[in-house]
Ligand binder design. Structure first.
Ligand code: ZN
Length: 287
């Protein structure tokens, strides 16, 4: 039995503030037909250009994941992509008025809840699954990702390590099921390192950061709310590594395929995650 493609049952709308630019944008999630894929439609731009939620449309600095097609851009897609991966949605139109996907609470809960309300429905067609047959590797400096064959389905392992400063080393390994990700991963929030705060301010980014949607990590290991400076209230003792797995899941889904394999990531961020997604998409094309 093969898995079937999925879309949502009805339209659903949401408006909110983007974390990086602090600008308001509104979304309308719409069902899409079999084999149409996941794509954004910039309804605020002339001609309503479309941008595919695919690794071939990536661009930018990799602090957040941005897509671009011709002149149309959509920013901060990673947590939405993670929700789509977990729900197994293959076909979806996201009308967006504005250029950045709203932040919600800094995790993927907003999108899980919205798409859950819209209902996930099966379509009459097989979904694309990428089975890792031989090891695939990407690395950059001390960061690396390996994709290895796995008989269990999709397993994600992540090790977070800042060489002794900021947070202590955290590791997490999880076998993917919709249920395990809902319970263990999807509510883990974004975090930022205090050393990047000034750089972000200079670039005019991080304007949508609030005390509730992110955690600020200081060099001495202290974790605070980013605006008030009060101690952070963590959702899990190892919320950071769980968020890293959430990001990894979302970034890999830019390959637009479910993956069967063991993904072993060490210190990776968006730029390396999407390199792995790119490799997977390229290998799949040549099979
Ligand atoms: Zn993230």
């Amino acid at each position: 039995m093969h898995d079937t493609q999925k879309t949502i049952g009805r339209e659903i709308r949401y408006s909110g503030i983007g974390m990086f630019r602090g600008e308001s944008s509104s979304l309308c999630f719409k069902p899409a037909s079999l084999n149409s894929g996941m794509f954004f439609t910039r309804v605020d731009l002339p001609g309503c250009p479309k941008v595919a939620a695919h690794v071939k449309r990536l661009f930018g600095d990799n602090k957040h994941v941005c897509l671009k097609d011709a002149e149309a851009e959509v920013e901060s897609v990673e947590h939405l992509m993670a929700a789509l991966a977990v729900l197994g949605i293959d076909n979806l139109e996201v009308e967006i008025h504005g250029r950045e996907v709203p932040a919600g609470d800094g995790s993927a809960l907003l999108f899980l809840n919205l798409l859950g309300k819209a209902g996930v429905v099966e379509q009459k067609g097989e979904r694309k699954v990428f089975i890792v047959k031989t090891p695939i590797m990407v690395n950059s400096g001390q960061a690396s990702i390996k994709a290895l064959p796995s008989e269990k389905g999709l397993v994600l392992s992540y090790t977070l390590d800042f060489n002794g400063s900021f947070a202590k080393k955290q590791s997490c390994e999880i076998l993917f099921t919709e249920d395990s990700f809902r319970r263990e991963i999807m509510s883990a929030r974004t975090f930022g390192l205090s050393t990047y705060v000034e750089e972000f301010k200079k670039l005019g980014l991080g304007k949508g950061v609030t005390d509730d949607n992110s955690i600020l990590i200081h060099e001495n290991g202290e974790m605070t709310k980013p605006i008030s400076g009060k101690p952070a209230e963590l959702r899990f003792p190892d919320e950071l590594v769980r968020h890293k797995i959430l990001d990894l899941m979302g970034d890999l889904y830019l390959s637009n395929m479910a993956i069967q394999g063991h993904i072993v990531a060490h210190r990776s961020g968006h730029s390396l995650n999407v390199q792995m997604a790119e490799k997977i998409a390229t290998i799949a094309m040549h099979r």
